[in-house]
Design a protein around this ligand. Structure first.
Ligand code: DGP
Length: 152
């Protein structure tokens, strides 16, 4: 069952719950009833922010409806603040789910970007579809699953 907004019990052994509870240090940039943001201790570029729900939620697919707006509204305003406050040209916004997720408390990375900053390709090796039919096959699988979800 999805946790509710009032379920704020920190999860034992969760580093980010410990930071949110004030038991571990962090350099804070944002704190609201539902969402917190602090600097990533190992930034891709200086000013790299991590935003997350206060409530312990493992990954995006468990995020309850009532937290989608506060979290992503704060991601949006933090992306503007990181860009404008740090004199960057843009941002890279990313969210690892399970794979490559080193801290299992949902968090969104907001990284300042400027052309020529050297972040070329990042960690995303790219591939190509063999042809339009293969691309359509992948799109169909996703569309079918979206339809299933809509129908419940
Ligand atoms: P990910 O790999 O997507 O789960 O990102 C986790 C990020 O958390 C990673 O970029 C480094 C950061 N991080 C790890 N430990 C700490 C910590 O103790 N404090 C802070 N502020 N960030 C941390």
């Amino acid at each position: 069952m999805s946790p509710t907004l009032t379920d704020m019990t920190p999860t034992a052994d969760c580093l980010f719950c410990a930071i949110i509870a004030g038991d571990e240090p962090a350099t804070w940039v944002l704190s609201t009833p539902a969402v917190v943001g602090f600097l990533d201790v190992r930034p891709v570029f200086k000013g790299h922010v991590l935003l997350m729900p206060r409530q312990h939620i493992d990954t995006l697919t468990e995020l309850p409806d009532q937290l989608v707006h506060p979290l992503f509204a704060d991601v949006r305003r933090t992306a503007a603040a990181v860009r404008d406050g740090l004199g960057a040209q843009g941002t890279f916004v990313a969210l690892n789910n399970t794979v490559s997720q080193s801290v299992p408390h949902l968090h969104v990375h907001v990284v300042p970007r400027t052309r020529g900053d050297g972040l070329r390709g990042f960690f995303w090796p790219r591939t190509r579809y063999a042809d339009a039919a293969e691309a359509e096959h992948y799109a169909t699988r996703v569309r079918t699953e979206l339809d299933c979800q809509r129908r419940g």
